[in-house]
Design a protein around this ligand. Structure first.
Ligand SMILES: [Zn+2]
Length: 339
């Protein structure tokens, strides 16, 4: 089995991992696609990484099932859930899986999915309907993060949500907000990302380079300002602006799975004065199945988020070229099925 392993700072090697036996309760997958995300950027560029196989998000074809596996069979396509919980600790039992003491993340705390074959516990394999292609499937966590965000914001039908940062997460959020019959307003300073938002059916986009977002949102909301706002990490947007767009008693979320040590200084005064509720959303919680449903029903379209497809063999060269520029990692899909 071949895998891309980080062996030192900015050093990735294609290694042979030997063969893995398929234990009871596990399934063996031939990987079809994986993505490069800020997690891969972080692990690859970290000063002292433990030798770790990259790959947080991936889709594979079941080639073998161990004993006691039910509901999944050879030939099924599955998404490997990137973050798993023990289900047994006090947090898990009280429904707060996000706080699980024994959770693990592929490609971050455990060897990841950027390889030709992998064996995973059945509980980490999420069955994909045929309508979702492997390259679309690698975005499931992004869509699930969007669902987790709107749940946390308790976004209601007809409410406005200002999405600061047209990142992949931001564009997934905007589409899920439409599905919730809310009104997304996407704010960014990159014209190409805002064009993408428009292509995805987002009616209100604001480019802060030439438009004052506060004035514009005042006019869109007939002077009420927005009930909710979501700030997307790694968007390069000024965090403070998210709060300027909110109404009194507004709800805001800071969203993203990685921050890569970026500065997150904020002035709390406007939050205090407007009585804003502020929530961090750093994981997809258990929203993977909702995300699968949204992709299968085409409520969310992730195809336009794919910026580049690279062959499995060239992952090392691509990482070297992308370095620590997180923007370059957005929407990169690794095609493993062509091996
Ligand atoms: Zn737990």
């Amino acid at each position: 089995m071949k895998a891309w392993r980080v062996t030192g700072q900015r050093k990735a090697e294609l290694i042979d991992m030997g063969s893995q036996s398929v234990e009871a309760g596990c399934v063996k997958l031939k990987m079809l696609a994986a993505s490069l995300t800020p997690t891969e950027c972080d692990v690859y560029n970290s000063a002292a990484p433990n030798a770790l196989v990259l790959g947080r998000n991936g889709v594979g074809l079941v080639t073998e099932t161990g004993g006691d596996v039910t509901g999944i069979k050879r030939g099924d396509t599955v998404y490997v859930r990137p973050v798993s919980y023990c289900g047994e600790c006090a947090h898990c039992r009280s429904g707060k899986k996000g706080e699980c003491e024994h959770s693990y993340t592929y490609g971050k705390t455990e060897d990841g999915v950027l390889r030709d074959f992998i064996t995973v516990p059945q509980s980490d394999a999420i069955l994909l309907p045929g309508k979702i292609s492997a390259e679309e499937g690698v975005f499931i966590e992004t869509v699930a993060l969007a669902v987790a965000t709107l749940d946390k914001l308790k976004l209601e039908k007809g409410e406005h949500i200002v999405i600061v940062g047209a990142t992949d997460a931001g564009l997934a959020l905007a589409q899920v907000a439409l599905y919730y019959q809310a009104v997304p307003i996407v704010v960014d300073m990159r014209g190409d990302r805002l064009e993408l938002a428009e292509k995805l059916g987002i009616y209100y986009t604001i480019n802060i380079v030439d438009t004052d977002p506060v004035k514009k949102i005042f006019s869109i909301t007939c002077g009420k300002m927005a009930e909710t706002a979501a700030y997307c990490l790694l968007s390069g947007m000024p965090l403070q602006r998210s709060f300027d767009c909110l109404a009194r008693f507004g709800r805001a979320a800071i969203v993203g799975m990685e921050h890569l040590g970026r500065d997150m200084t904020i002035n709390l005064l406007p939050i205090f004065e407007k009585n804003v509720t502020l929530a961090p959303v750093s994981g997809a919680d258990d929203n993977y199945l909702s995300a699968v449903n949204m992709l299968a029903s085409r409520a969310v379209n992730v195809q336009p988020l794919i910026t580049k497809k690279i062959p499995f063999e060239s992952v090392g060269a691509s990482l070297a070229e992308m370095g620590d520029d997180t923007d370059k990692y957005a929407g990169v899909v690794v095609e493993i099925d062509k091996l």
